[in-house]
Design a protein around this ligand. Sequence first.
Ligand code: ATP
Ligand code: MG
Length: 594
Amino acid sequence: MASDASLPASGTRWPAITKPRSDWNVVPNLVDYDRTRAAFSWENARRDLDGLPGGRGLNIAHEAVDRHAAGRLATRVAIRWLSKDGQRRELTYADLREGTSRFANVLQALGIGNGDIVAALAGRIPELYIAALGTIKNGSVFTPLFSAFGPEPIQTRINIAKARVLVTTPALYQKKVEALRGSLPSLEHVLLVGAGASFAGTRDLAALMAGADSQFVIPPTDPNDVALLHFTSGTTGKPKGAVHVHEAVVAHHATARFALDFHDDDIFWCTADPGWITGTSYGIIAPLTHGLTSIVDEADFDAERWYTILEKERVTVWYTAPTAIRMLIRTGAAAARARDFRSLRFLSSVGEPLNPEAVRWGVEAFGRPFHDNWWQTETGGIMIANFAASEVRPGSMGRPLPGIDAAIVRRVDNRIEVIDEPGIQGELALKPGWPSMFRAYLSDDVRYRRCFADGYYLTGDLARRDSDGYYWFVGRADDVIKSSGHLIGPFEVESVLVEHPAVAEAGVIGKPDPIALEIVKAFVALKPGFEPSETLRRELLAFTRVRLGAAVAPKELDFRPSIPKNRAGKIMRRLLKARELGLPEGDTSTLEAS
Ligand code: ATP
Ligand code: MG
């Protein structure tokens, strides 16, 4: 059992949440962790997929769509779309095959082929999913642009990617692209979805689709052919374009089985937008390769709407993010407890560290804990997770998946020292070799090569491993605070602050200090019903001191109406810091409008 080394941080002691077998209503996919890891190989995982007929390679769209459309799942609902205004549209696997085949034929007719980049700028509408899979089917490369981006990040990404095609809506085109058109030299075709005004230099996608053949034979696809180009979230700086290949589907499929516990009849809801990689790896590809029904909600976050979807659509597996969970917590557990969530079997979260308080709140509100998991745009799929059959250690990201070798390391010049001892903080590193590993940063080979040393991929995140092999996130290497000889992770301090009943969100930074090098400074947004005051400020400082000790607790604390986040929902500590110090804000292309 947990030794001292398995504690998340000085003084924060959260009991593990166990799930007795008597509570299982289905047998989890990963029951015996050690045995499954020992028996696992990526070669075997590949056998869970079909490959293109006739040994012509491996294509994501075949695994996600065509093979199911050709079999007993043809009439199963692949995507259930819920529109903002209350419509429902269902696409079966057969519908999805037809739509993606027509789209691939449209691309062919435009002379768009293998390796050509197709960008999409659209909200969560069915055509986005069809365009993504149709592009991949054609051997072209899909790159999603988050629909809330302004013109500048759109222009940068289209130009870095050298996209030849853009799929978008008339409204988004008019608002964000039309004026830029002259500065998008690679862009040859703009395909507009849905009725509306027509613009010079654009084509109506529906008309092109209607005129295209409904059959498409996927061309031979090398597993190492590029399929997806995904930009990182821009949390630590300028977003990087990570290149992913068709073989990634082997990892999407296997990791979803282990970390999201997919079972045949699941109704799955991934709340991430396909503008971010979670929204493609697990919002599009993995549920389809498993033949599940996936919920796609067009609307933005709304607590009551989300509870209604979970309840009425009988979602069984839910994959969301800490920022959304924190917003639900803000509205209180009573609203959740008033609902019938008996269908909901597995709750999971990714994208940022999940505060222990949020894990526990899952039990209070839904009767089940959230299962945190960790990965990056670069890794293409989930690497470390809390599993359905294992105890959940609140505040821990969990353990490496079968097929994933993780380590805590220290960089010494150009060498890597592996830290074997539990409880010691260092950089989280992974042994390359899993199929969804990124193959390049677009146009930045130097940066790509800097990520590797001594046979390891260095993630840029700091973590600790406990004596049972659970990993605990400390912070991004850039965010870690060096104060009076201590290395302090902002996450541990933020997690304590959000335990206080008045605190909705917290962001913690290191503020330069002549004596201590840096001091810990906290920014706090309060829950509804609480007002900033000197008394509350003192109370919060005292609250953290009791739990964390004087060396780690914040010395300064300011109230903010909200904590700056990027559009992927992540707290932008570098921005809090730049604003505090009056420094330039750096790349803010993914900053959420505040
Ligand atoms: P950029 O690389 O542009 O700064 P980003 O790192 O936020 O942006 P993503 O690839 O979307 O871009 O996010 C991956 C990062 O998110 C991880 O490296 C980690 O810092 C954080 N993260 C994701 N999941 C977790 C988790 N479960 N716990 C802690 N941190 C997480
Ligand atoms: Mg990153």
